[in-house]
Design a protein around this ligand. Structure first.
Ligand SMILES: Nc1nc2c(ncn2[C@@H]2O[C@H](COP(=O)(O)OP(=O)(O)O)[C@@H](O)[C@H]2O)c(=O)[nH]1
Ligand SMILES: [Mg+2]
Length: 329
């Protein structure tokens, strides 16, 4: 039977049985907007096993994919079944392919699950596709779940911030740590990795990070009971990889006994609900604005007959009023 002909419910049953093709198909459904995406989200929600979610973020070329490949290889050696979601808007296809090839070299293809996430045409975009995909992988028994994102845009930083543990990767070189700070990565980082430690300037980058962390501590940005560690790595030869894993585990323990883990889960739930509502309202708004009645209203605003404030109030009432009857999303 063709996997495409299976209903979400049957796909979930197969995914629980470790059927990789079913997992892949579910991820495809989740990436698209629509009723099937919502159905998958509803089916997988009660099946959560609480897999740790680890975000790996940093500038393009900082070595995230290389690092993730090494982390995955190390994790499978300790009998974990990690999964990777690679989000790279600059190269949605090659990014994933390269990562896949690197990991395949490690011959762990049947244990780990690697996926490059494409989200074209998704109203809620990555902000909805990622939690949906995490839930599918979690239900299918993969743990931990690593998410590689380029830490440049607002959405990417948000995704990183919704992980249980966020690893920020910086490299030696002029002001890389300062750039990470500007991008808002300093505030979301639970662990900092200075990758390419084989290159000149790694010590300076480390010092820059320490200084900035001291300052953010003073200004109260970070959780006061936790100081993010800085780990130096060479992702090419694997130096420091075991330190990264140890730091991830230490952070996981901190989340457990400090109560921060529960707080993050609540923030994550709140964020996802808000994103879903936002996506629904936006798609309704498009429809309402394009309806004949409102086209006239828009023209009246353009002609100076109605104020934008009044028009917005009218449109908002229509959007909210119509929302309850909409079952298309
Ligand atoms: N010298 C050196 N090069 C590295 C290291 N880690 C990654 N690279 C190289 O940096 C380039 C970008 O790596 P990649 O993992 O694709 O970066 P990403 O864009 O952050 O995912 C590749 O050519 C890697 O081989 C490292 O620790 N040292
Ligand atoms: Mg990459």
């Amino acid at each position: 039977m063709n996997i495409r002909d299976l209903a979400p419910r049957d796909l979930v049953t197969r995914a629980l049985d470790k059927d990789r093709r079913a997992v892949g198909r579910l991820l495809t459904l989740v990436e698209r907007a629509g009723p099937e995406s919502d159905q998958v989200a509803e089916l997988t929600h009660p099946l959560s096993r609480g897999a740790p979610v680890i975000g790996i973020t940093g500038a393009p070329g900082s070595g995230k994919s290389t690092l993730v490949a090494k982390l995955v290889a190390a994790m499978t050696e300790t009998r974990e079944r990690p999964a990777v979601l690679a989000v790279d808007p600059s190269s949605p296809l090659t990014g994933g392919a390269i990562l896949g090839d690197r990991v395949r070299m490690a011959a762990i293809d049947d244990v780990a699950f690697i996926r490059s996430v494409a989200t074209r045409g998704h109203t809620g975009g990555l902000a909805l596709a990622i939690p949906g995909a995490v839930r599918v992988l979690d239900a299918a028994g993969y743990a931990p779940i690593l998410i590689e994102t380029v830490g440049v845009g607002q959405v990417e930083v948000e995704i990183a911030a919704t992980a249980d543990t966020t690893v920020v990767v910086v490299t030696p070189g002029m002001g890389d740590a300062v750039q990470a700070n500007k991008a808002g990565l300093l505030e979301v980082g639970d662990i900092f990795v200075v990758n390419k430690a084989d290159q000149p300037g790694a010590g300076d980058t480390r010092r820059d990070l320490e200084l900035m962390l001291d300052l953010s501590h003073v200004t109260g940005h970070q959780d006061a009971s936790y100081r993010p560690p800085i780990v130096s790595t060479n992702a090419l030869d694997g130096a420091g990889i075991s330190d990264v894993i140890a730091a991830i585990e230490a952070h996981r323990r901190h989340l457990g006994h400090s109560g921060q883990g529960a707080i993050r889960r609540i923030l994550r739930a709140r964020h996802e609900i808000a994103t879903r509502v936002d996506a629904r309202l936006r798609s309704r708004l498009g429809m309402v604005l394009d309806a004949p009645g409102q086209r006239q209203l828009v023209e009246d605003v353009a002609a100076g007959k109605v104020s934008t404030v009044e028009a917005a109030a009218q449109v908002a009432r229509l959007v909210v009023g119509a929302e309850g009857t909409d079952r298309s999303r």
